[in-house]
Design a protein around this ligand. Structure first.
Ligand code: FPP
Length: 229
């Protein structure tokens, strides 16, 4: 018997660069391989009847600090990914959503993001959220500013949850790959009561088989949410 049901999974995808370097390849090859892994994991989640949302950290507000060529490559890869994945989204009935400040992206990329969201908005099997130019503190700060603008005199936790960009707030399980054990400003509000799982596997090597094992582990954990069970 499972103790928990996983509805919302979040993943910090880390280790593309190390995966490529280990093979004597350029870092960009690692990102390409990482994009393939996103597809595999997303389709696996779509086939799991419990999982409603899978949120992936694809580009953080800190990632602009990378070499210009790598940033440009990531932008092009994202554009290619969305173009190619439209077929996957439609075939598996997956809705695509972006969170983060995408205003900083080029006009064609913004258009691709908008179009992919529009074309998949009625899909119901799974929502795949890509966090793009995303930072957790920035998300909370803009939620609070939005509420102030609306004239709120007193701001409750529910108000903030409702004003965040992430539509389905609480994360059940957060996984980070590549052995790093940090949150790196990802979904700070939404992970308050999440279970955390850190795996040494580099993101391009991460498989749905490993995910299935991690989910099994999650289902047996005792979640107390601050209480006693
Ligand atoms: C990095 O590994 C991870 C990222 C920059 C975020 C995830 C990006 C991808 C999976 C690329 C494709 C994404 C889309 C949406 C098309 P790293 O470069 O930090 O690895 P390292 O720590 O080993 O250097």
């Amino acid at each position: 018997m499972s103790k928990n049901t996983m509805k919302h999974l979040a993943i910090i995808m880390d280790g593309n660069g190390r995966w490529a370097t280990k093979r004597g390849l350029s870092r960009t090859k690692g990102h390409e391989a990482g994009a393939e892994t996103i597809r595999d994991i997303t389709t696996y989640c779509a086939a799991n009847p419990n999982i409603q949302t899978a949120t992936f950290y694809a580009f953080s507000t800190e990632n602009w600090k990378r070499p210009k060529l790598e940033v440009e490559f990531l932008m092009k890869l994202l554009d290619r990914y969305l173009q190619k994945e439209l077929e996957t989204y439609q075939r598996h009935n997956i809705r695509f959503l972006a969170i983060g400040d995408t205003e900083a992206f080029s006009a064609p990329l913004r258009k691709r993001i908008r179009l992919t969201q529009e074309l998949t908005q009625n899909n119901t099997n799974l929502t795949q959220i890509l966090a793009l130019n995303y930072g957790g503190r920035a998300e909370i700060t803009s939620a609070v500013n939005r509420l102030i603008k609306e004239g709120k005199q007193h701001i409750s936790e529910e108000d903030i949850s409702g004003a965040l960009q992430t539509p389905y707030s609480d994360i059940d399980l957060l996984i980070r790959t590549s052995g790093e054990e940090r949150i790196s400003n990802f979904l700070l509000w939404q992970i308050s009561y999440s279970e955390l799982y850190f795996t040494p596997t580099l993101w391009p090597d991460f498989t749905s088989k490993e995910l299935a094992e991690i989910i099994k582990n999650f289902e047996q954990r005792t979640r107390r949410f601050g209480g006693v069970k």
